[in-house]
Design a protein around this ligand. Structure first.
Ligand code: VGL
Ligand code: ZN
Length: 194
């Protein structure tokens, strides 16, 4: 179990209806098991005075992120819809960083990538953490093989110490083993997966 202090932040990745509710647009198996574990981490972080930040996948109705517009995914997390909202069972006590609103492929909480030009731009997340003096992050949420792995690897690239709580993540597993491969990638990048 990770410990929290004032230099540690908990990053809660994309615990939104479209991923976390079985009726959502891109439901992630096991998300129901993950939400109480995520809330437990939020409780531990808050008890230690640690910052909690939430990433929110947030897409326009037309985006090359979606299969219908040439991308990979069924429609999900369209801005202003029920599916984009943070799950009602999630304890929300902290800032929310949205990603993807300009049509970019928002996987990492730290950056968005323009699918046309390939250009990557930072979100507000790194600035928020640095301003608060954070040097270490704990990453939880959905989905292990997309937004969690990209957020954890970006955090390592930005030189944060990174811990990922295994019980508090779940994978899409489009291909069997994607979740396990993502865990290997995070470990190879220097994240502790506990
Ligand atoms: C995600 C696929 C597409 C995620 C977001 O939050 O992991 N996965 N968009
Ligand atoms: Zn998305």
């Amino acid at each position: 179990m990770p410990s929290y202090d004032l230099r540690t932040a908990l990053i809660v990745v994309d615990v939104q209806n479209d991923f976390a509710d079985p009726a959502g647009g891109l439901p992630v198996g096991g998300a129901d098991r993950v939400i109480p574990e995520v809330n437990a981490q939020i409780g531990l972080a808050r008890a230690a005075g640690a910052m909690v930040v939430y990433a929110q996948d947030s897409h326009p109705p037309v985006t090359p992120h979606f299969a219908k517009d040439g991308g990979a995914w069924p429609e999900h997390c369209v801005m202003g819809t029920w599916g984009a909202e943070l799950h009602p069972a999630l304890v929300v006590k902290g800032e929310v960083v949205r990603k993807g609103e300009d049509g970019g492929d928002g996987y990492s909480g730290f950056s968005v990538r323009d699918p046309g030009s390939g250009q990557t731009d930072p979100t507000a997340l790194d600035g928020l953490l640095r301003t608060a003096g954070v040097t270490r992050v704990v990453v939880v949420g959905l989905a292990t093989d997309y937004c969690v792995v990209e957020t954890a690897c970006d955090a390592r690239m930005l030189r944060y110490s990174v811990e990922v709580v295994r019980d508090a993540i779940a994978a899409v597993d489009l291909e069997p083993g994607d979740g396990e491969r993502a865990i290997t990638r995070m470990r190879d990048a220097g994240a502790e997966v506990v």
